[in-house]
Design a protein around this ligand. Structure first.
Ligand code: PLP
Length: 400
């Protein structure tokens, strides 16, 4: 049977691989050779599971959203990653990677961040493990997600604002890779999504796969069957989506819906809908879909949501889209904002702007009443509260 999982060379179909500068070859190869051994060791499993349970607060609930279900005429469950310690799914990955880094004798941690959730999650595990932590963040994002910047500093991390390009996630990633090239031996780069050279997409997907592992058990208890009809998640680089679909990726009974950031509209020139707009190319060490111009120069992406504002996409998702295994919908800024208020007013849950894109996919779908839909709420909306307040000021009577 055809599998959508990674092959032994780090490829998903024709996407993936490891395209790294000479200086990083040894440390990337070292990680490739060791990540599975470390992750499958008894000591890793024990500490990872224990931290996910006692520190992160897992399993995260699978909540039946009654009023949202009534609105969309199906049975909607929300996978509540917003309830994790630090407020998003990102911590599942950083806990795993800090344990791997420790095991591999690394003493210095670097990370990139967009919305700041991955930066906070990295700073958190570095505090926990007493490791030096440097986080690269585009200056635009430093401004729009400033509470997360303060949190990272309080946790003891150094936040380095990046002023190249449009000063968002791509630029922060470029800068982190530059740092890594200067410190290849003592530094582990905790990449925050299913992007980067092999083994990162597979390593991050495995660490996030706890999400679908739990969905299976929770659905069995609540619906007496262990699979849904639909899985819906937003995609920036793709890690919450990869975790949501991991155990269902080869199960054709389950339809996969990915929501990417349409920005001001896919054809507006202000968008981050990489799967809709991208062409095959290489970004940050992997062959994938990339928003680029005719000369292969990367186009600046745009989204209201800092965590989805990225011109690439994980190779796993590029392959799912190419093979038509996933339906990819572009959700515009306005649609995401509407969806965020809708969830807040119907269920009393304020989602992160990124997660609001997954919710914004709901009105674009046609469900049957018996359809079981699992939608991952990847994070909570605290960091986006200023954007939401601005929206309320512009539209006093937000009518839903
Ligand atoms: C809450 C939240 N959801 C989703 C994302 C997008 O990342 P990914 O596609 O890797 O899940 C981010 C990124 O910062 C985020 O903070």
């Amino acid at each position: 049977m055809k599998t959508f999982q990674v092959d032994e060379n780090g490829y998903y179909g024709r996407f993936g691989g490891a395209y790294v500068p000479e200086i990083l070859y040894r440390c990337v190869k070292n990680l490739q050779d060791n990540y599975l051994t470390v992750m499958q060791s008894e000591a890793f499993r024990r500490e990872f599971d224990q931290l996910l349970r006692d520190y992160v607060g897992r399993p995260s609930p699978l909540y039946f959203a009654r009023r949202l279900s009534e609105r969309y005429g199906c049975r909607i469950y929300l996978k509540r990653e917003d309830l994790n310690h630090t407020g998003a799914h990102k911590i599942n990955n950083t806990i795993g990677q800090i344990l791997i880094a420790q095991q591999m004798g690394k003493t210095r941690i670097i990370a990139e961040t967009g919305a700041g959730q991955h930066g906070v999650a990295t700073a958190t595990v570095c505090a926990l493990k007493n490791m030096r932590c440097i986080v690269y963040m585009g200056k635009t994002d430093v401004e729009r997600q400033h509470t997360n910047v303060q949190k990272m500093k309080m946790l003891g991390a150094e936040v380095r604002p990046v002023t190249s390009g449009n000063m968002t996630l791509k630029d922060a990633t470029n800068e982190a890779i530059r740092d890594w090239c200067c410190h290849p031996t003592d530094t582990h780069y905790i990449i925050g999504s299913t992007v980067g050279p092999h083994p990162y997409p597979d390593m991050v997907a495995r660490l996030q796969s706890v999400i679908s592992e739990e969905i299976r058990k929770q659905l069995q208890q609540q619906e007496c069957r262990d699979y849904p009809d639909y899985l819906i998640a937003c995609v920036g680089g793709g890690s919450n989506a990869a975790g949501t679909i991991y155990h269902y990726i080869d199960d054709r009974r389950v339809k996969i819906v990915l929501a990417e950031a349409g920005g001001k509209g896919v054809d507006s020139g202000l968008s981050a809908a990489t799967i809709h707009l991208g062409e095959e190319g290489i970004i940050h060490g992997a062959r994938t879909l990339v928003m680029q111009n005719e000369d292969g120069q990367i186009e600046e992406p745009y989204s209201i949501s800092a965590g989805l504002d990225y011109p690439g996409i994980g190779p796993v998702h590029a392959n799912l889209a190419a093979q038509k295994r996933a339906t990819v919908l572009a959700v515009d800024d306005d649609e995401a904002l509407y969806a965020a208020f809708e969830l807040t007013r119907l269920e009393g849950i304020i989602p992160a702007l990124e997660s609001a894109h997954a919710l914004g996919a709901l009105p674009k779908m046609h469900f049957k009443p018996e359809d079981v839909v699992v939608l991952t709420v990847s994070g909570r909306g605290d960091k986006d509260i200023e954007t939401y307040i601005k929206q309320m000021k512009n539209d006093e009577n937000i009518s839903l």
